[in-house]
Design a protein around this ligand. Structure first.
Ligand SMILES: Nc1ncnc2c1ncn2[C@@H]1O[C@H](COP(=O)(O)OP(=O)(O)OP(=O)(O)O)[C@@H](O)[C@H]1O
Ligand SMILES: [Mg+2]
Length: 211
């Protein structure tokens, strides 16, 4: 199983949004799991709990409650299984996030297309570099393509891959989780547009991971 950590010191950039939607997307073809390392906020766990009320509850992603088990031990135990494991983390780069980066094969760093967010990314990238993990920056919630392009240009100074695809600012990302859905499972044109860009990002992440 490949382990992907969603990490960013900055809050509200889309770690949980990407965790749940990418896990649902990965789960279309292979087993997909989430470990929620953001207590007490628990965005991914709350989404997953609402998802259990769907009829029938989707098989994936599974939410893995590791209790008091150290993350490294829990991941080592899951590792022989096929599929993908997503680690959603707190808006911080402390010991718990270092543990998640260390347990991961690959790190995705969502960043909003705004100068203050881009400037704040250095601390997050430091920890990934120190732990020598492959990473991909994904621009999220861009108001338009121009802003996404400008953000990518500003991010190109960092020695980390930047995804050429971005996620736009769309109501579907806010609305789908209300009912425990991913954007793929939601109706409407906005959800289809969200699904399209999410698939592009996932495809790129897979290629970067494998490359
Ligand atoms: N592309 C997007 N378009 C519109 N809204 C978005 C998008 N991505 C995330 N959001 C919304 O922004 C808010 C923050 O997103 P999310 O919870 O995923 O960020 P986070 O990095 O996990 O935050 P935290 O650091 O607090 O855990 C949520 O309300 C989410 O629905
Ligand atoms: Mg979160």
């Amino acid at each position: 199983m490949r382990v992907i950590a969603l990490v960013s010191q900055k809050g509200g950039v889309g770690k949980s949004t990407l965790s749940i939607n990418l896990a649902a997307l990965a789960g279309e073809k292979e087993p997909a799991m989430i470990i929620d390392r953001d207590a007490p906020q628990c965005t991914a766990s709350k989404w997953w709990n609402r998802r259990q009320d769907l009829e029938p509850p989707p098989a994936y992603p599974e939410l893995i409650d590791i209790g008091q088990t150290p993350l490294k031990a829990a991941v080592t135990k899951l590792k022989p299984q096929p599929g993908f494991l997503f680690l959603d983390t707190r808006p911080a780069v402390g010991a718990a996030e270092a543990e998640a980066v260390q347990a991961a094969d690959f790190v995705i760093v969502p960043v909003k297309a705004a100068i203050v967010d881009i400037e704040a990314i250095a601390l997050t990238l430091d920890i990934i570099r120190r732990l020598d993990r492959k990473a991909l920056i994904v621009v999220n919630a861009a108001k338009n393509d121009r802003r996404a392009t400008d953000a990518r240009a500003a991010l190109s100074r960092f020695p980390v891959s930047v995804c050429p695809h971005h996620l736009s600012d769309r109501a579907a990302y806010l609305d789908a989780p209300i009912d425990g859905l991913s954007v793929m499972e939601m109706q409407g044109a906005g959800a289809r547009a969200a699904e399209h860009e999410l698939r592009q990002v996932w495809q790129w992440a897979l290629e970067t991971m494998n490359g």
